[in-house]
Design a protein around this ligand. Sequence first.
Ligand code: NAD
Ligand code: UDP
Ligand code: UDP
Length: 343
Amino acid sequence: LTHHHRVFYQDHFRAGGKVPLGLKSKGQRIVVTGGAGFVGSHLVDRLIARGDSVIVVDNFFTGQKENVMHHFGNPRFELIRHDVVEPLLLEVDQIYHLACPASPVHYKFNPVKTIMTNVVGTLNMLGLAKRVGARFLLTSTSEVYGDPLQHPQVETYWGNVNPIGVRSCYDEGKRTAETLTMDYHRGAGVEARIARIFNTYGPRMCIDDGRVVSNFVAQALRKEPLTVYGDGQQTRSFQYVSDLVEGLMRLMEGEHVGPFNLGNPGEFTMIELAQVVQETIDPNAKIEFRPNTEDDPHKRKPDITKAKDLLGWEPKVSLRQGLPQMVSDFRQRIFGDQKEDSA
Ligand code: NAD
Ligand code: UDP
Ligand code: UDP
């Protein structure tokens, strides 16, 4: 697209044009920070398929080139090794800001770095959005609700977060990132969008990232016992990655700032999740109990009324439908090409 076309589409869009239902490309230049990670790489696939030009900015802390390698050689794709804690100069139309480790094991590894990424990294990307007039989407998290005293969680709930705990670098980091986003929106007129993402799973998750779905799937495939932490009665609500990507794109293209919960309301205890994994992979997989981690939220389930009403979005893929897709990806990466005989 020529510059003229781009300006035309942008103006048309900013003039309040309706959200194109198919989320059609306007041939935009889009930055995805954290685009070599699990969620980011799936988002990049959709944006490239739509016809956009995508710049991935990633420091490869938890992301991998393998996740985006299939776009190498495409002139509409660019990969920059860069840490968002450092300033960055680019000319773009939209910024999807995902850069931040998401697994507790990863974000606790260097908690100060996690805070810096959430605070200084988000500040830099907001500074960039302000300078070039780009629209900015923050991927926040259900963790802003902490160990919630309201169930399910609605966006108006302010949360119950320990400010000095081992998860605080992430929870409080994301809360500050939301604050910064709203301050740049109100104070500098940055077009902002905030998504609060609930537990998401799917192909390309790091195999050993310590999250519960990746752990259980890898363990069942390797014929190891499934490690349930605590009594296994704590709950989570698991969303398949394609549903999340659809929600993020609708949010970006829509007219509402948010915050919006993006998650699948299907709620499972960790014991129930282990049973679904047994059904899907190996009915004989054993379950082993381990001590739970500190400050583990007891339950979590999104109220998605707001996203349904204002974005016309709701998840389509249930856990039992989504899990097999992740399992075949994990099988391939764990066993390579060697033929793996069935359980
Ligand atoms: P991920 O760890 O797979 O991806 C994060 C990406 O960010 C990686 O590619 C990593 O290398 C990159 N990154 C980390 N720190 C960086 C830095 N300082 N500079 C540049 N790049 C950096 O995690 P994910 O599951 O894909 O999560 C993506 C985003 O979604 C994160 O912001 C996370 O907080 C949010 N989120 C995810 C979930 C989930 O269940 N997956 C839930 C809630 C929120
Ligand atoms: N920033 C950036 N890229 C830009 C513009 C700004 O990385 O294109 C960074 C800048 O280095 C600063 C932060 O974003 O640390 C906030 O920028 P802003 O202009 O809002 O604040 P100021 O620089 O005036 O303190
Ligand atoms: N969990 C578990 N076994 C594992 C890993 C995690 O039972 O091998 C539990 C963990 O204690 C928590 C839930 O699963 O209650 C979700 O943990 P995860 O790290 O996946 O995500 P988050 O805590 O960020 O929601």
